[in-house]
Design a protein. Structure first.
Length: 470
């Protein structure tokens, strides 16, 4: 098990800090990659064309992510580990492929630019899958304590938020001075340094138990997915929430078009940063007192209300606008932390219902949805900009009315998407945190009294784990 540095916990403080640092670094890198739409329009590719070519690699994603999840669940490395070696391989590849994305010369023909981008993006996408899927899945074998796992995921997501926000704040200041490629190299160098500690400190303590049926085959995985309805509810909500969270994508356009200067996007990002980081920090505390699902529903409802208020107040008064933006973006902090906790919970539910543990396929689907939403949100933003008369080019003069359209996109898209996601969760999600802990104990072979098992089966149906030793 390793040394227990925290009472009742199986993982060490060193592992926890390395996990947080890893996601800080990863999201500095991902935050930079998130500006690919702006980069493409800056090098002269029309917004509508950029939107289309961002969708094309998602066809590969549908195969790539699920195939990798299958490989992860089936393969055990010679050292007995299932996840950490993959994280090492992915981390080595993701930096190189990100540089390739931002090395496209503006002087080349549009055809060459498009071909270059598609090849580089597909390679980047595969590298990110190899890194990201095991990085989440490893939490399920670091500890069997659901509260501890929740804390690890929450810490990782908090620092992921910090990384994304830092990238959003710094890029509008650094990018104009260094250019896209040099700025990219600087961000990647820092990112890799932050990610390295996890590669050598993470311990897999429950690999054998986490294989409920040792090395599940395709039939086992399909059985697991068929019995894991809550996984798909959470993934649908995650996609809706992700497609609605346009604030980062719109920050530079907001600065350039609504506020008159690109570096004004830094003020927007700073306001979002205060809100998101504060909420992300208090979520783990709140989750000790309240069910995390209820916390998420409250956060989404509050964010929807503030989106509508912010839209009608407008941006003429910069101070008021920034305060309202901070309040409306609390929803980002709630959903981007808690949704990943819920996905980890569905691993326990799926194992409980099917007798098969398939964390790899679970988190590969999460990775697919995360990348799909990031690709589609870029296309949604670009198509929306095109529809309101946006003119591509770094220094292009925008027609009258575009600024009002940008403000509408910034506020009303999140309001509509969050409302739909909230409705899906309220109607279809019934999994409770305390029951997940009981499932985890049962899934890991612990003997439970018949009253506890019966109560669980009354709520969630008969288990394929009950009575088994794992």
């Amino acid at each position: 098990m390793g040394k227990k540095s925290r009472q009742g916990y199986e993982s060490t403080r060193k592992e926890y800090l390395a996990y947080c640092a890893f996601f800080l670094g990863q999201n500095l890198l991902w935050g930079f990659a998130g500006y690919i739409e702006t980069f493409l329009t800056d090098i002269g590719i029309a917004a509508a064309t950029a939107a289309l070519i961002l969708i094309v690699p998602k066809l590969w994603d549908a195969v790539n992510d699920v195939l990798f999840g299958y490989i992860v669940d089936r393969h055990v490395f010679k050292n007995g580990q299932k996840f950490v070696p993959w994280i090492r391989i992915g981390t080595s590849a993701v930096g190189v492929t990100t540089i390739a994305l931002f090395a496209i010369p503006a002087s080349m023909s549009n055809t060459v630019k498009v071909v270059w981008f598609l090849i580089a993006y597909i390679l980047f996408d595969a590298a990110y899958t190899i890194q990201d899927t095991p990085a989440f899945a490893v939490t399920t074998v670091m500890t069997s304590n659901v509260e501890e796992r929740t804390g690890i995921i929450a810490g990782g997501k908090l620092w992921a938020m910090v990384g994304g926000v830092v990238a959003t704040v710094l890029i509008p200041m650094i990018r104009p001075r260094l250019g896209w490629l040099t700025a990219c190299i600087v961000f990647i160098a820092v990112s890799i340094c932050l990610m390295i500690p996890l590669l050598f400190s993470a311990k897999e303590r429950h690999t054998d138990m986490a294989s409920a049926e040792k090395n599940p085959d395709l039939k086992d995985m399909l059985h697991y997915l068929r019995h894991n309805k809550y996984l798909f509810v959470v993934l649908i909500a995650m996609l809706l929430l992700g497609l609605s969270s346009v604030e980062q994508k719109m920050a530079i356009y907001m600065g350039r078009i609504c506020l008159g200067r690109e570096d004004m996007a830094t003020l927007i990002a700073a306001g979002v940063a205060v809100s998101v980081i504060t909420v992300s920090a208090i979520v783990p505390v709140l989750s000790r007192k309240f069910d995390k699902f209820n916390i998420l529903c409250f956060g989404l409802a509050f964010a929807i209300t503030m989106d509508v208020v912010t839209y009608f107040v407008g941006y003429d008064n910069l101070v008021v606008a920034l305060i309202l933006i901070m309040l409306k973006c609390t929803g980002l902090g709630f959903w981007q932390v808690i949704i990943y906790m819920l996905i980890a919970d569905t691993v326990e539910y799926g194992t409980y219902k099917s007798g098969v543990r398939a964390a790899g396929i679970t988190f590969s689907l999460q990775c697919f949805v995360a990348k799909l939403k990031n690709a589609l949100i870029g296309s949604i933003v670009l198509f929306s900009l095109s529809s309101i008369g946006f003119v591509e080019g770094e220094n292009a003069v925008q027609p009258k009315g575009v600024s009002g359209g940008v403000w509408g996109l910034f506020n009303l898209l999140p309001a509509g998407g969050f409302a739909l996601a909230l409705l899906v969760l309220i109607i279809f999600y019934r999994l409770k945190s305390k029951d997940v802990q009981t499932m985890s104990e049962l899934n890991n072979g612990r003997k439970l009294d018949s009253q506890t098992v019966n109560a669980l089966e009354t709520k969630y149906g008969k288990s394929n784990i009950s009575g088994k030793k794992m």
